[in-house]
Design a protein around this ligand. Structure first.
Ligand code: PFF
Length: 453
């Protein structure tokens, strides 16, 4: 298939590809969402189901996105149009761009909370506060209109600044610096957490499975979390891989990224649960876990000031390398499908996302009474995108590669036109044709009550 079209930006190095792609995957999903979803779903048993989904479904979907992106060298929508002209597959791309708007809106709102907490950490804002005070501090912050909104816009602005500089001089340049910083900070935090007295309870909560805690809901949550955390199912990785050069090995890149993402989620669990247990806090505290529970821990532990600054910086960095990947989905679509230049596309994407983001940032303030199915705008976008749109997108993506692209084109892309050995090719095709689609479909059928357990 064709080489890089002239004038199209691309990643310059293998490390750049991994830093950018792992940067997309590793984010609030690992450090904010994963620990609280594990906490709410009973710990170790959830972790096992999650890992099984990452390997059996996540990795094949990721590789499928890479195949679609690099072979077409187009944005998420244009890729399907180019590979399947005149066929309705472009709808998968449209779903992806829609999911990008939704995720960008609520995700940037949470990223904005992180900026508030970086600020609070610097000014020692948690000192001397009881658990109840910290909890009401978080509630007050979220229900006051101005600050969540301002921080939302600051974070959108930071993201747009990187995106407007392009792929090599923006995305790649910053993720190559930010990702190693993130890993270093996380390791320091893990060491601190596991050396606290009473840390063992947290480790056994995370690693000792209690299968009596598994319900039908747990399984959907695990699937949704795997999709969200790996950034798959909406074309983010189609977009990023469209900038990967022909000589890179797609299979090993996907393996490294999925491995790195899973390790960071587990390390985040190791940084958080021992501390949660050491200070006798409820692990299932929901989306406030890192914003309420951790400040409580930081202000009780030796060196807490230092560690809270580090932790919230880590969260901010992780979020930024992910928001840029989501914004890029929309910007690449605007540039290639609506013929905008990059600057104009970045502006247009930023402004249109901000409308939804505005509602998310105010979901506990002025917009708190706007609810559907008992969920506010923020919760609705989070639930619908992670648990419905992404798995559905993933299902269609593997079907596209397995049944539409077929053996010959898929093998050509994975092997770089015969240059690499792809000994895993047969099992890969078996998974994308049958195993992954059936597994995703079963989880869905179960959810809508058609399987009866
Ligand atoms: N994977 C990111 C995280 O775990 O924080 C979130 C995300 C980024 C989801 C990009 C989806 C996406 F397309």
């Amino acid at each position: 298939m064709s080489g890089v079209p002239t004038g199209r930006d691309s990643f310059g190095s293998r490390f750049g590809v991994i830093a950018a792609t792992a940067g997309s995957a590793i984010g609030l999903g690992n450090i904010w969402r994963f620990p609280y979803v594990v906490g709410e779903n009973g710990g170790g048993a959830f972790l096992i189901i999650y890992l099984a989904f990452v390997v059996a479904i996540g990795l094949p979907v990721m590789m499928s996105e890479f195949i679609i992106g690099r072979s077409s060298q187009r944005n998420a929508f244009g890729a399907f149009k180019k590979l399947a002209p005149g066929k309705p597959w472009f709808v998968v791309g449209l779903m992806g761009v829609t999911a990008a708007f939704m995720i960008m809106a609520f995700y940037t709102a949470v990223a904005g909370w992180t900026l508030e907490y970086i600020y609070l950490s610097f000014v020692n804002g948690f000192e001397g506060k009881s658990a109840a005070e910290l909890s009401s501090m978080f509630d007050q912050f979220r229900s006051g209109s101005m600050r969540p909104l301002i921080w939302f816009f600051v974070f959108m602005g930071l993201t747009a600044l990187i995106i407007v500089s392009g792929v090599k001089n923006g995305i790649e340049k910053y993720t190559k610096i930010l990702m190693p910083v993130l890993v270093l900070i996380l390791i320091v935090l893990c060491v601190r957490s596991v050396t606290l007295q009473g840390a063992g309870g947290g480790l056994s909560f995370l690693f000792k499975p209690d299968f009596s805690k598994i319900t039908a809901k747990t399984i959907l949550e695990a699937l949704g979390q795997a999709f969200f955390s790996l950034s798959i199912g909406m074309g983010t990785l189609i977009t990023y891989s469209s900038y990967i050069q022909k000589k890179e090995n797609l299979g090993s890149t996907a393996l490294s990224v999925a491995f790195a993402d899973t390790m960071i989620a587990i390390l985040a669990g190791v940084a958080i649960f021992p501390a949660v247990f050491a200070f006798g806090i409820e692990p299932g505290s929901g989306e406030g876990l890192v914003y309420i529970t951790l400040p409580n821990i930081f202000q009780q532990m030796a060196g807490g000031y230092f560690f809270s600054v580090l932790f919230f910086l880590l969260l901010g960095v992780a979020a930024l390398t992910s928001t840029i990947s989501v914004l890029e989905v929309i910007v690449a679509y605007f540039v290639e499908e609506l013929n905008m230049n990059r600057k104009k596309a970045t502006w247009a994407a930023t402004i249109s996302v901000s409308v939804l983001g505005f509602m998310c940032a105010l979901s506990w303030a002025g917009m708190k009474d706007v609810k559907l199915f008992g969920k506010n705008v923020f919760e609705l976008l989070d639930f619908t995108s992670a648990n419905i749109l992404l798995p559905l997108g993933g299902l269609l993506i593997v079907l596209f590669v397995g049944w539409y692209l077929g053996n010959k084109r898929t093998k050509a892309e994975l092997s770089n036109d015969g240059e690499l050995k792809v000994s895993y090719f047969k099992p890969f095709m078996l998974v994308v044709k049958f195993i992954a689609p059936i597994a995703i479909a079963l989880v869905f059928l179960q959810q809508i009550g058609l399987l009866g357990f």
